[in-house]
Design a protein around this ligand. Sequence first.
Ligand code: DI6
Ligand code: FE
Length: 398
Amino acid sequence: MSSFVLTDARVATMAGAGYGLIERACIVVEGGGIAHVGPDLPSGCAGLPQRDLQGRLVTPGLIDCHTHLVFGGNRAGEFEARLNGASYAEIARAGGGIVSTMRATRALGVDDLVAQALPRLDALIAEGVTTVEVKSGYGLSRDSELDMLRAARALGQARKVTVRTTYLGAHAVPPEYAGRADAYLDEVCLPTLEAAHAEGLVDAVDGFCEGIAFSPDQIARVFDRAQALGLAVKLHAEQLSHLGGAALAARYGALSADHLEYATDADARAMAQAGTVAVLLPGAFYTLRERQAPPVAAFRGHGVAMALATDCNPGSSPMTSLLLTMNMGCTLFGLTPAEALAGVTANAARALGLRDRGVIAPGLRADLVLIDWPEGESPAVRRTWVAGRAAYCAEGAG
Ligand code: DI6
Ligand code: FE
């Protein structure tokens, strides 16, 4: 059913400020897109199949705009080591961290990578996610980086959601290049970017700008190559220290700068001017027991759009709940609930450079979530539609 009408919906359109709420609304879905949303049913739509939502809530499909969903192994041991006093950076320098996941990831082929990622993707989908970004960055060799991206593309085929791929070859320096980060970039990272792009595997390019990873100058080299290929960029910036990554991202007109715990007011101003979205990742902040929250007031003050994402990964954010992420955005970072919902809809779409979704408005894709919220009970995601097609249905959903 790709043309139908939802009647008596309580719609959080997310258009404009706040929720953009419309009570008792009709949503007309035609050919995978939204043809109409408003209190009345346009004449001419009366013949379409109708579903009476009896006042239930509809939001745009949720968008998880920063994940490392494809990986091998787990890092539960590191969690215990951190509880006993080791820091994330110390573990990374001792050959654990990203490099330990690299070993487990390199051991898997595409099929196993997909099989291990599917339950994580399904957990996101069951909470209303209709678009998810997936990064490479645990292969750190040509073959394994390509396999990660192929696995991400295969996930998009295996489920009815949109998967956007991001090349994160500049995530860490693999052991065979220890102390030779520039050689890794020249010999592996940049050529693999070209190969992945030629295979149609790359929607955007990311890097990790940090003392334990790559310097701003090194990231600039990756961004230069991305731009030469016509690819959008984004950056893990100012997560553990202030290195200038956010300003660099703004200089390159990046779609987003992500983490940003140590970003400054000047960074926020530069990001606002560049239209770079601040992607906040409270799951990593929580897991690493960080103390310094990102400068949300500065982002608000300068008008930087804020998104929220799970950062799902086995080390610093082993979580697959975008709803819990929204909750943490409010409790840990002080976002309002309306900012949290905008952070996983309208602003998350911007962080991925997707202009056709994130808001319920005529002309946009019919990516929708139906939420049951009986008086006095907890809300529950019942159904999602992706481009007007049923994508998820909870057991017993009406
Ligand atoms: N920051 C993160 O949150 C992820 N990558 C990064 O640069 C997770 C890295 C990890 O596996 O610990
Ligand atoms: Fe990340």
